[in-house]
Design a protein around this ligand. Structure first.
Ligand SMILES: [Zn+2]
Length: 568
């Protein structure tokens, strides 16, 4: 018996060694990639700005980058090899401040004027939507345009709207300052005079006293007006979410960071969660909670985050703290009271004590000291440098205030608001201010973390290539030059802000934003070479193939057949 058990022990040892050896060998055989992209111009955005020919993907991540011959050599019988035909590949773009969740809810039931160059072109989109709509269904353009984009350089009229959609209620929103409706729209919302318009709204009248169809107001007016429009159904919102994210994929986007927004409640997130649970999300979504009830902000955050702790989710959908409206008292308020600052301090301190990220919308440099004072006060008790806090917008940020951001370890979320707004800025504050608005290079040189983005879709188009072009050349939608050369990042710097820059804010730095071994396989194959085409063509680039986590979520000719079905 003793010999027998010794024999068994030795046999077990041999077996163990054999298995260990097999374990060393088997993964090598199993390491052939799922997908190999070869014969391309791959802008890796690694530390040395390497341009590679090929890369290999397995289990959602990049496993090798190099020359086509070497990558082909890794392929096994099941490897899908895609010949890029010399096309340019970039890391998937990440918009660090886009109201994408809200845009998605309405996408299936809204019309957009992005890229429309004239009023007839915009009206044709209204007419097409009217032809496809049920009788009596609203036709809605919820912002994302400016009269500066039209050859006519003016707003459309109600007469033009009635010619395009005579039988439908139509609502056209211009930023958060005005809305145009058709007579059927006025009737449907029972608006006959100023008394019927939400706070501070005015029915615009011509010289003869007749309504023009426009309602003028401010942010609360337009938000309240929009709230009176019928909401899409749950199914329409799920469909809209899928369609909108595919639309973002068409433009090379693979990630967004969403700062909540007006008209969003907890229930507004359910269609997004459904798409996520159906494994049909094609854009990585990082989101924060926007203040809900005025005066009850702390109570609301404490309640909601019991079920939604910081970081909850996965690589496709993840909760990332509070903002961009943290408390209503400090939102768009250039002169907050001591009580409003105290309330903000208490919420911010609570967030910091729980390791939460916080992002705050702030427009004007002249008043941002109110916010920075609060951040510094919180920072004295709980260091916030590791928490990836940020300030969004701040287009006229000064060197002194960017120095305060850097000292706190607070980042800056920068968008292309001046692509639409630059001409108005020159009119109202002069060309001198416009030459450094926003001061992209100054902030980079100071060492502030900067994320690229758009603030879409009500105040800006979501097209990242339009934003990149504007970052690089500083020209508005009307073609007016604005920023000086020393505030214009290079193409590569701009691309880095739109990828790696954005990942700092979502706590994904080192995991995506570059096409290097070990990073998530998020990328876009482009219609044109970002690195060499004339600058004014960058805005018209699209993706021909967009990959998220190794899955081809969008593809157009010549790759169209490669697009993979997502979800159930
Ligand atoms: Zn904002």
């Amino acid at each position: 018996m003793r010999n027998r058990s010794a024999y068994l022990a030795i046999a077990s040892l041999f077996l163990a060694i054999t298995l260990a050896f097999a374990a060393l060998v088997l993964p090598v055989a199993a390491q052939s990639p799922d997908t190999a992209l070869v014969n391309g111009k791959i802008i890796t955005l690694d530390e040395r700005s390497t341009i590679a020919e090929a890369l290999a993907v397995r289990d959602g991540a990049i496993i090798a980058v190099g020359r086509s011959a070497d990558i082909r050599g890794l392929a096994g019988p099941a490897t899908r090899i895609i010949d890029l035909g010399g096309r340019t590949v970039i890391p998937g773009l990440i918009d660090s401040h886009m109201h994408a969740i809200r845009a998605a809810l309405f996408y299936a039931t809204e019309v957009n004027w992005i890229g429309a160059r004239s009023i007839p072109e915009a009206m044709e989109r209204i007419a097409a939507a009217a032809r496809a709509a049920r009788p009596g269904q609203w036709i809605i353009v919820a912002g994302g345009w400016t009269e500066q984009q039209f050859a006519e350089r003016r707003r459309p009229t109600q007469t033009e709207l009635m010619a395009a959609a005579p039988d439908h209620p139509v609502y056209i929103q211009l930023f958060y300052s005005a809305a145009l409706m058709s007579p059927a729209g006025f009737k449907a919302l029972n608006i006959a005079s100023d008394a019927d318009v939400p706070p501070r709204g005015k029915v615009e009248r011509d010289a003869g006293g007749n309504p023009t169809g426009w309602i003028n107001g401010d942010n609360p007016t337009i938000t309240a007006l929009f709230d009176r429009l019928p909401l899409p159904s749950f199914d329409e919102s799920v469909a809209g979410t899928r369609q909108f994210f595919r639309e973002l994929n068409r433009l090379g986007l693979t990630g967004i960071s969403d700062p909540g927004g007006f008209n969003l409640t907890a229930a507004s997130y359910l269609p997004l969660f459904r798409v996520w649970q159906d494994r049909a999300l094609t854009v990585r979504v990082i989101f924060s909670l926007f203040a809900q009830r005025p005066g009850k902000e702390m109570e609301d955050y404490q309640n909601l985050t019991q079920m939604l702790p910081m970081g909850f989710g996965d690589d496709m959908l993840r909760f990332n703290g509070i903002g961009e409206n943290v408390t209503w008292g400090m939102y768009n308020n250039d002169s907050p009271t001591e009580a409003q600052k105290q309330q903000y301090y208490e919420v911010a301190k609570w967030a910091a004590s729980r390791g939460m990220t916080l992002t705050q919308h702030w427009s004007n440099d002249a008043s941002v000291h109110h916010l920075l004072d609060v951040f510094e006060r919180v920072n004295r008790d709980t260091p916030i440098a590791g928490l990836r806090w940020s300030i969004a917008h701040l287009n006229d940020g000064s060197v002194a205030n960017f120095e305060r951001l850097r000292a706190l370890g607070v980042g800056w979320l920068m968008q292309d608001a001046m692509y639409f707004g630059g001409d108005a800025l020159i009119r109202t504050r002069g060309a001198e201010i416009a030459r450094r608005t926003p001061p992209i290079k100054t902030a980079m040189n100071i060492g502030v973390h900067v994320g690229g983005g758009t603030d879409a879709h009500r105040v800006m188009s979501y097209n990242p290539f339009v934003s990149l072009q504007w970052m690089i050349d500083g020209r508005t939608v009307a073609g007016t030059p604005t920023r000086d050369a020393d505030e214009l990042p290079s193409r590569e710097e701009a691309l880095r802000l739109y990828t790696q820059g954005s990942t700092w804010f979502t706590r994904d730095d080192g995991r995506r934003g570059a096409l290097t071994t070990g990073q998530l396989a998020d990328l876009a194959v482009l219609t044109k070479d970002f690195a060499s085409i004339p600058t004014d063509e960058i805005g018209s680039i699209e993706s021909l193939l967009t990959m998220v986590g190794g899955r081809i979520v969008y593809a157009a000719a010549p790759f169209a057949a490669l697009e993979e079905k997502t979800g159930k």
